[in-house]
Design a protein around this ligand. Structure first.
Ligand SMILES: NC(=O)N[C@@H](CC(=O)O)C(=O)O
Ligand SMILES: [Zn+2]
Ligand SMILES: [Zn+2]
Length: 431
């Protein structure tokens, strides 16, 4: 297949040949071979598929919120070609058997995937590290959905075990000792109470602790869903990498009047100044990765008071579309979009076949027309949850998404090809 005249993230206009599962050539001009399919991409952007290093696809245990079929379709429709699933399922992914059990569900995935291992007091590191983990994480330094928060000693142990196994660690960095007791007296219908409770100081302290433990064990630690400029700067100062979510980049406490409990997540939405400072750090290169923390809950589960609502919002289908609008508006370069969604996650998490449009790499590609914006509507999206915190915002959605040489999502028809995702750490295990 030949994709002709596509504009790449760096502005070069190129012809791209896909042969089998790989990118075969990227040249100023390529001549179509006899019988070769040609896609004319004049005026359109061709990007590497997004690698979303942080999703919660909920199986096993919570398939009513999301399953691997619905979650991975949402991913493909949003231009995401690789997802990494988190361990707070039921059972939690803390033993080798639990990884095997989740792997059976993940075979339904429409996109490539990695599976993370998790840590609880009764985890089994021997069998866990015997499996092809993407990373150890998210390791919860405070309780979130699933109540997997652990203490300082176990965190230290876990990082030591991961370092010995040469597996990277990702950390949910909040320190519950620094949550605001005062906020607990706020009323159940005060949607801002969650943001008041889980403070910026709690994030910063936990990032600093993660930095100390990483240094003690001389190993790679990555901070998940960093939500404050203080957290990002503390990570950078400690030599840690970090990710931010679209909701912390595009939403703030100002949106909670409208979002109500549908804006409750961990870490919570921050004030507008912090949101802006986070966006600056995205644009200037301080932030390494955008990952969605796609954490769907059913509408009826969210429709309770702020203190009882489950934490988490969906995001896997809307991340790249929102970033592409920011790029089209000149608030972010297309190169930054490529780096934070694809090139950096591939480099940091050792996926040499993914993340860039270069000969020899997997043909994981997304074609978009930046002049075609669509209003985001929860009911149009493919997650089981049926809602989005970005309702009514604009997105640039894929015309198509290609996974290893095959189109897995056709935008015009809103249609998906047959399922063919593989575990990126164990491609030979594919069904
Ligand atoms: N972020 C959230 O608010 N929720 C996540 C868990 C997590 O990432 O902490 C979930 O699984 O629901
Ligand atoms: Zn988390
Ligand atoms: Zn998460």
């Amino acid at each position: 297949m030949l994709i002709r005249n596509a504009t790449l993230a760096d502005g070069r206009v190129r012809d791209v040949r896909v042969a089998g599962e790989r990118i075969a050539a990227v040249e100023e001009e390529l001549t179509a071979e006899a019988g070769e399919d040609v896609i004319v991409a004049t005026g359109k952007r061709l990007l590497p598929g997004m690698i979303d290093t942080h999703v919660h696809f909920r199986q096993p245990g919570f398939g009513h919120k999301e399953d691997w079929t619905s979650g991975s379709k949402a991913a493909a429709a949003g231009g995401v070609t690789t997802v990494v699933d988190q361990p707070n399922t039921d059972p939690p992914t803390t033993t080798g058997d639990a990884v095997d059990g989740k792997a059976a569900f993940a075979r339904a995935s429409a996109v490539d995937y990695g599976l993370n291992g998790g840590v609880t007091p009764d985890w089994d590191p021997d069998s866990l590290f015997d499996r092809p983990l993407f990373a150890l994480g998210e390791v919860f330094l405070a309780d979130s959905t699933g109540d997997m928060g652990i203490d300082a000693d176990l965190f230290d142990d876990a990082v030591a075990r991961a370092a010995a196994a040469d597996v990277p660690v990702t950390v949910h960095a909040e320190d519950a000792d620094l949550f605001s007791e005062d906020a607990l007296s706020r009323s159940d219908d005060d949607a801002d109470a969650w943001s008041a409770y889980r403070t910026p100081a709690a994030e910063r302290a936990a990032v600093e602790r993660a930095g100390e433990v990483a240094a003690d064990h001389d190993t790679a630690v990555h901070i998940a869903h960093t939500s404050t400029p203080e957290g990002v700067d503390a990570a950078a100062d400690a030599g840690l990498t970090c990710e931010v979510t679209p909701h912390h980049l595009f939403l703030s406490r100002d949106d909670l009047d409208e979002l109500r409990t549908f804006g409750r997540m961990n870490p919570p939405l921050r004030d507008e100044d912090r949101r802006e400072a986070l966006f600056e750090r995205l644009a200037d290169g301080t932030i390494d990765i955008v990952a969605t923390d796609h954490a769907p809950h059913r509408r009826e589960e969210k429709t309770v008071g702020i203190w009882d609502a489950p934490s988490g919002v969906p995001g896997v289908e809307t991340a790249l579309p929102l970033l592409l609008v920011a790029a089209a508006d000149g608030r972010l370069s297309y190169e930054r979009v490529r780096d934070v969604t694809a090139a950096n996650p591939a480099a940091l998490f050792d996926l040499p076949s993914k993340g860039r449009i270069e000969p020899g790499r997997d043909a994981d590609l997304v074609l978009v027309d930046p002049s075609e914006r669509r209003h985001i509507r929860g009911l149009d999206l493919h997650s089981k949850c049926g809602w989005t915190p970005f309702e009514g915002r604009e997105g640039v959605f894929p015309e198509w998404t290609m996974l290893r040489g095959g189109v897995v999502y056709h935008g015009a028809a809103d249609a998906f090809a047959e399922t063919r995702g593989r575990n990126v750490r164990a491609p030979e295990d594919a069904a």
